[in-house]
Design a protein around this ligand. Structure first.
Ligand code: PLP
Length: 380
């Protein structure tokens, strides 16, 4: 059969064709105990991630990521930590993108360093050639693109190529882009991790994670996930499977809304700069176009006013609640200086290009005219 497209993958899977009592959607399996032996099937147990809703999610996201297999996790951080712990051992070395999700930095600076795993931070956005920081014990690299909160882009194909040439395992956090906009495994990356809490579920009502990769890596990651107890229950898997059904159509709308909002804000006199890879003014727009199908719903905006005035104006917005997290159907915003980067002193933040008037926006799927009017009124 011809390879099916993303918007069909999210709706139809072999697992959903199992026809459990003829149900068109996969019912929730609210049971922790299962009879054995049960025909040809392996023993069912929620922690093994082999209940029908869990399997539906695994099949669909693996297909979207063009991966042979996948593992469903209870949180994005469980996916990140289990993956890194599986591929890098004490005494070995990992090269990590210098600006990544705060929880991942906390894990790396905490447990990973306690386990005597060597870490080098590297700015992959400015320079994809990381060969100068490779050591004899380098085992893996870890990147995130687009980056948070400045939406910088990594030249993923080049990083993947250098990794392969040096027999280094490449891992990417694809949460911001989603597999609808960016398919890292097709670009040569070995392992893709996700916080499914964000776009994959898309409704800001659950927490989950995912890892997609080859059969070999997934076998090892799945074993460790089972041993560490990282699997979500079937209700979470059911809700995630439901959210996934609209992933393709939601992301398409996020892409459309974000580019329009980015263009509007970039022309506003109260704005210094808009960071969005879909804007022609973005320094890596041409690079992003090579391997991103769309540019996502995330953007960040540096306003041309002091922090007090900014606070007043943000509080006038009706459709952009000030909240952490992202990727849901409703628009949200946050100030990285108050959230992800609040642990750094102001001078350190500014060195990274994160001013106190930088606002990160997760553009929802509302009507774009309403979103733009909301900003128009708040800024006037
Ligand atoms: C939220 C997030 C995570 C962590 O995921 P949780 O589901 O909160 O554990 C990891 N990476 C990125 C890019 C995120 O946005």
């Amino acid at each position: 059969m011809k390879k099916i497209k993303d918007s069909t993958i999210v709706l139809h899977s072999e697992k959903t064709k199992k026809n459990i009592l003829g149900a068109v959607t996969t019912p929730i399996f609210q049971s922790s105990a299962y009879l054995y032996p049960f025909g040809d099937e392996s023993l069912k147990y929620p922690r093994y991630g082999n209940l029908p809703n869990q399997e539906e999610v695994i099949e669909k996201i693996s297909l979207l990521e063009n991966a042979e297999d996948g593992v469903i996790f209870a949180t994005g951080m469980a996916a990140v930590s289990t993956t890194i712990l599986t591929v890098v051992k004490p005494g070995e070395h990992i090269i990590v993108q210098d600006q990544i999700y705060g929880g991942t930095t906390s894990f790396i600076e905490g447990l990973l360093k306690e386990l005597k795993i060597e870490v080098t931070y590297f700015d992959f956005c400015s320079e994809p050639d990381f060969s100068k920081v490779i050591k004899s014990n380098t085992k893996a690299i870890y990147i995130e693109s687009p980056s948070n909160p400045l939406l910088k882009i990594i030249d993923i194909p080049t990083v993947a190529k250098i990794s392969k040439e040096n027999k280094i395992i490449s891992i990417i956090d694809n949460t911001f882009a989603t597999p609808i906009n960016q398919k890292p495994i097709q670009l040569g990356i070995d392992i893709v991790v996700h916080s499914a809490t964000k776009y994959l579920n898309g409704h800001s009502d659950l927490i989950a994670g995912f890892v997609a990769s080859s059969k070999d890596y997934i076998k090892r990651i799945r074993k460790n996930s089972r041993d560490l107890g990282c699997t979500p229950n079937d209700i979470t898997a059911y809700l995630l499977a439901r959210g996934l059904k609209t992933l393709a159509i939601r992301v398409e709308k996020h892409n459309q809304n974000a580019i329009k909002l980015a263009k509007y804000l970039s022309e506003h006199k109260k704005v210094n700069v808009v960071n969005y890879p879909g804007l022609e003014s973005h320094p890596q727009h041409e690079l992003a176009k090579k391997f991103m199908k769309g540019f996502g719903g995330m953007l960040s905006v540096e306003f041309n006013m002091d922090a007090d005035e900014l606070n007043k104006r943000l509080s006038k917005l009706k459709f952009f609640a000030r909240a952490v997290s992202l990727g849901g159907v409703e628009s949200l915003l946050c100030l990285p200086s108050e959230t992800s980067h609040s642990y750094l002193p102001k001078s350190e933040r500014e060195k990274l290009g994160i001013k106190d008037t930088l606002v990160r926006i997760s553009t929802g799927i509302e009507d774009i005219d309403d979103l733009i009017n909301d900003w128009e009124e708040a800024l006037s």
